[in-house]
Design a protein around this ligand. Structure first.
Ligand SMILES: NC(=O)CC[C@H](N)C(=O)O
Length: 226
């Protein structure tokens, strides 16, 4: 039986198709989930894609967090379901309190779009096991609210527990505290990051294929568990 990875579409989602494509290229079966679904249709993992869910009203991700599909995802994520939040998806995960901290306006107050070098700090999460700790990757970054913030105690805890999964290299693009680009929950099944691995999975379109490892990582983990 093939491994099924759900990709949620909220009103205003933008990168759901690219996430489905990345799942397919990695060898799993993408399953489209709608924001009003209450069932996850027996998927083995879930991706919350990038975009502008509900028009980014109030705060990015603040309304999506209350959608029917998120109620089920929050419950199942707490029980171990692998969940990846990319950009707007990371914002939704923080708003849902599945991940600590929050994403705020970029410190320069501009939308930023560029290829971003990152260091993989934790290669033992459900979504990063195909990388090695310390590996440097380049994937696109494009957002207006990418500044990661949390109180000092939370930041110290994340560092001490190895829960900073990605850090920005070169120039910090948005004022994120401690150059944090992505974090995980304590169990390692929920990961969120601002840059976009689903936009770097094919050499034809580039800029690299460094993003494919997210999707092969979760597939291997799920196959090993079945
Ligand atoms: N690419 C995205 O997912 C953008 C996320 C969000 N709308 C922002 O601008 O920060």
């Amino acid at each position: 039986m093939s491994t099924r990875v759900g990709v949620v579409t909220f009103p205003g989602s933008l990168d759901d198709r690219d996430a489905q494509r990345a799942v397919r290229l990695a060898g799993a079966e993408p399953v489209a989930l709608w924001h009003r679904d209450t069932s996850l249709h027996q998927v083995d993992a879930v991706i919350l894609p990038g975009g502008f869910s509900y028009g980014d009203y109030l705060r990015c991700g603040a309304i999506a967090r209350f959608s029917p599909v998120m109620e089920t995802i929050i419950e199942q994520a707490r029980a171990g379901l692998p969940v990846l939040g990319i950009c707007n998806g990371f914002q939704v995960l923080c708003e849902s309190h599945l991940l600590p901290g929050a994403l705020t306006r970029n410190d320069h107050l501009h939308f930023i779009c560029r290829d971003q070098r990152l260091r993989v700090e934790n290669a033992s999460t459900a979504w990063t096991a195909d990388y090695t700790a310390g590996q440097e990757i380049t994937i696109p970054l494009k957002n207006g609210e990418g500044g990661y913030v949390a109180d000092e105690r939370t930041l110290d805890e994340l560092e001490a527990e190895g829960r900073v999964v990605f850090r920005y290299l070169d120039r910090n693009p948005n004022g994120s505290r401690r150059d944090i680009a992505g974090v995980t929950n304590a169990a390692g099944n929920v990961v969120g990051l601002m840059p976009h691995p689903e936009h770097a999975v094919e050499s034809l379109t580039g800029p690299t294929t460094d993003g494919l490892g997210f999707f092969t990582s979760v597939l291997k983990k799920l196959v090993a568990a079945s």
